[in-house]
Design a protein around this ligand. Sequence first.
Ligand code: NDP
Length: 435
Amino acid sequence: AKKNPNEPEFMQAVVEVAETVIPFIEQNKKYQNKMLLERMVESDRIFTFRVTWIDDKGDIQVNRGYRIQMNSAIGPYKGGLRFHPSVNLSILKFLAFEQTFKNSLTTLPMGGGKGGADFDPKGKSDNEVMRFCQSFMTELCKHIGPDTDVPAGDIGVGGREVGYLFGQYKRIRNEFTGVLTGKGISFGGSLIRPEATGYGAVYFAQSMLATHGDSFEGKTVVISGSGNVAQYAAQKATQLGGKVVTMSDSAGYIHDADGIDAAKLAHIMEIKNELRGRISDYTTKYPHATYHAGSRPWEIKCDVALPCATQNELNQTEATLLINNGCRCVAEGANMPTTPEAVHAFQNAKILFAPGKASNAGGVATSGLEMSQNSLRLSWTAEEVDEKLKSIMLNIHASCVKYGTDDSGYVDYVKGANIAGFVKVADAMLAQGVV
Ligand code: NDP
């Protein structure tokens, strides 16, 4: 804490990993006295830079850009870019640290990184977003490359932004390579990449439910967020027979007790992705649904909860509410949406709980598949990619069970994911010497 003042999110992520990994190190001679965790919490390097751009009125705007290159023991740095006014060093370091373990869990050769800017795409025109992305990439391109560091999307960075960023990289470097993932299908993107994080989270939850002989069929599902991850989590949960009754954004949530079916979800996608509107607009077309301004959806009774918006969006009081309302499975689609106290509440109640580094790893895994396709210069079919995604999620689930099952048979997915992620990175670091 002394070394990283004012970095509460980073400290939160490190403490959560340390709580489970330190006892494991103490039991395994091979990892003792090697300063492995101490090395893992120190980023390989961090860049911060000025991003200057001109808005539609002709005024000059200044933002701060970042790239954290956290750990490259098992592959090139890999991790998304977040554009949101709340972006700061603490948030990006927590995300980059988590990313290192997550990428290790995927079994693909990717190190950990993260980046972004305190730029708010909300309310900006397409041209403003393009000019911002071009200015951001003009600096970032000095530090990334297809074999060095491969960014992708995250909050506020979707297909539109990745397209502008890729265009600028190509213009400056005069090379057409897989330097970014989440690209459009016409220029090297992978089928199923947009769906992958949400689908993967649901596949993971499906495996968790299966350990209790259960499935999504007939389950009431509460989802937060209405962005990329939330949309495709809702789609897959519905396809598997679940009834999704909520979605949200930073202003509030909608509750549709009849379920958000495929047609209603298509409307939400139009509102959020094309009209760039608010989730409250849903009730204009579907007035039987209710809108709850300034609230989060955890007060709605459900069997499965999928937090898919942002960090620390589900606290202890809300966890207790979910448990008392009969919720039996929580799988994180977002990164660290559940506070540490809420995680402990779920674990003490022995309900199924999966941390994002395991359950949302489908996105980066499919980014890894996009990198493979770019290197091979070919495209796999949607079915091929989806099959690979499913099998990766099953493998991650199996790793969590392997390292996280206690004597009573309860699976601590947090412990399982942390240890499984740690082992591969630690082994690579040991083999590469003191660097
Ligand atoms: P999007 O920008 O597409 O959507 C983000 C959603 O979360 C929006 O509904 C947004 O509402 C809401 N949100 C953002 N900030 C807040 C906040 N402070 N409080 C409440 N709601 C908020 O992002 P993604 O769907 O891509 O990302 C969602 C989460 O999933 C993040 O934690 C991200 O790190 C994680 N993730 C994403 C992956 C991906 O492949 N995209 C991969 C793995 C993890 P509003 O519209 O009001 O801003």
